[in-house]
Design a binder for this molecule. Structure first.
Ligand code: ATP
Length: 213
């Protein structure tokens, strides 16, 4: 079972890393790939370049025994990063494998704004992580119906399905966001202990996020 943790990672932080490990262990994923997007389709431009965000991810994962890897396919593809194209190319590699798209609940609630979002359920399962210290967005309309029909409580059963199922997981509560980190840096404060030291060192040496974005 393959887990895909997509995001902007601008920068990657312990909120991403710890929760990815929670999901990998709870679902016994054989492989968990961080998938940085090149140009996000539904948010403002990142503060760091795609190469810088990739390098920060590499620094965050180096020397860890977690079995995490990085999938570069969105960075290598020209233009806007649409998850539907990414999942279709992953699906082409293996038609029967279970693919699990890992998302925070905030990102999941936004799904109806994603490009060709209905097709995503024919390509992957969804692992929805609960986000700390925030009011959970209410799921409405078609997305709420899909959750009612396809939500699974049993993670073992979930693993057997290649696509179309949804599971909600409680993960370690870490109230860390990339926005919060960028804001700290822009007002001259340190984000130390919110992200791995090698990532912080790169941010400092390259002067990233010094102006508010
Ligand atoms: P930003 O603040 O710039 O929006 P972010 O911290 O939410 O960034 P992203 O790269 O946009 O990071 O997120 C990638 C994925 O990680 C999303 O699905 C998001 O919901 C999830 N995520 C981010 N921070 C946490 C956290 N502290 N706990 C659990 N999930 C998180």
């Amino acid at each position: 079972m393959l887990g895909i943790f997509g995001g902007t990672f601008d920068p990657v932080h312990y909120g991403h890393l710890r929760t990815a490990l929670d999901v990998k262990e709870t679902l016994r994923l054989s492989d968990l790939r961080f998938l940085p997007c090149r140009i996000p389709s539904h948010r403002s431009s990142p503060g760091a370049s795609p190469q810088q965000r990739l390098r920060m991810l590499e620094l965050a994962l180096q020397n860890a025994d977690t079995g995490f890897s990085i999938d570069r396919r969105e960075l290598d593809r020209e233009g806007t990063s649409y998850m539907v194209d990414t999942l279709a190319s992953l699906r082409e590699e293996n038609l029967s494998r279970s693919i699990c798209l890992i998302l925070g609940i905030d990102a999941f609630a936004d799904l109806p704004y994603w490009h060709r979002w209905g097709e995503l359920f024919n390509l992957a399962n969804f692992v929805v992580m609960r986000r700390p210290n925030s009011t959970e967005p209410e799921l409405t309309g078609e997305l709420a119906d899909l959750v009612l029909e396809n939500r699974m409580e049993d993670t073992g059963e979930f693993a057997a399905s290649p696509f179309g199922k949804i599971v909600f997981l409680e993960v370690t509560q870490l109230a860390i966001s990339a926005t919060g980190i960028r804001k700290l840096i822009a007002c001259g404060k340190s984000p130390r202990y919110l992200l791995p030291d090698p990532v912080l060192e790169m941010i400092q040496s390259q002067g990233l996020y010094r102006t508010a974005s």
